[in-house]
Design a protein around this ligand. Structure first.
Ligand code: GTP
Ligand code: MG
Length: 194
């Protein structure tokens, strides 16, 4: 997967603003600060096409990144950021519902989970939603570089498989946007679904 000219296309809140074309979409879901925007940058080998931040809640809208007019990465706003107001959570839920009910050309959902911690209740809910609605999805375990001890790393992998036993094991993929670990496997997955 060689993307020559990745572009940020549009940041949207409402259905009426979605791109009008029918390009395949690879969707990034996950809690706030898990590394969704960093994932996009790693995939295209750019430092900052997608805006990242150490403060959670950076991406508040749906961002469409156009990959050579072949497909989109759709960076969804993160969930589970404790400090947001109730009205903001409501807005988030409406945006997500709006998106998943819009008959978009969704090929694959990349569900990101922080590898350093067990999946949150929200993570599990999100995956159950994806499964119940028949979306193809893979689980990307982000920030794998932070688990420096081999034993710790292996333990988290094994526990993750148990904690997400409803996900086939080969669909749980450790990843680091810092080191590029897992990048090749993920590119192959995405190519397969496009
Ligand atoms: P929201 O837009 O708030 O939903 O967050 P996001 O999921 O887009 O996260 P983002 O990519 O902005 O990353 C959040 C923070 O985690 C940033 O400080 C990143 O540098 C850091 N980060 C992301 N991926 C990795 C990783 O693989 N390893 C390490 N060590 N840090 C990472
Ligand atoms: Mg983001």
């Amino acid at each position: 997967m060689l993307i020559k000219n990745p572009k940020f296309e549009i940041s949207v809140m409402n259905k009426s603003q979605y791109p009008k074309n029918n390009l395949p979409e690879i969707v990034l879901a996950g809690k706030s600060n898990v590394g969704k925007s960093s994932f996009v940058n790693a995939m295209i080998n750019r430092k900052s096409l997608a805006r990242t931040s150490s403060a959670p809640g950076k991406t508040r809208q749906l961002n469409f990144y156009n990959m050579d007019n072949i497909f989109y990465f759709v960076d969804l706003p993160g969930y589970g950021y404790a400090k947001v107001a109730k009205t903001e959570k409501q807005r988030w839920a409406e945006m997500m519902e709006g998106y998943f009910n819009s008959d978009r050309n969704i090929k694959l959902v990349v569900q990101l989970v922080d590898m350093c911690h067990p999946p949150t209740k929200d993570d599990i809910m999100m995956m159950e939603f994806l499964q119940a609605n028949g979306y193809e999805f893979i689980v990307v375990m982000t920030k794998a570089d932070k688990l420096k001890k081999k034993k710790e790393y292996n333990e988290r992998i094994e526990n993750s498989k148990k904690e997400m036993s409803f996900v086939p094991e080969n669909r749980i993929i450790p990843f680091s946007s810092e080191t590029g670990a897992g990048l090749d496997t993920l590119k192959k997955f995405i190519e397969e679904y496009l």
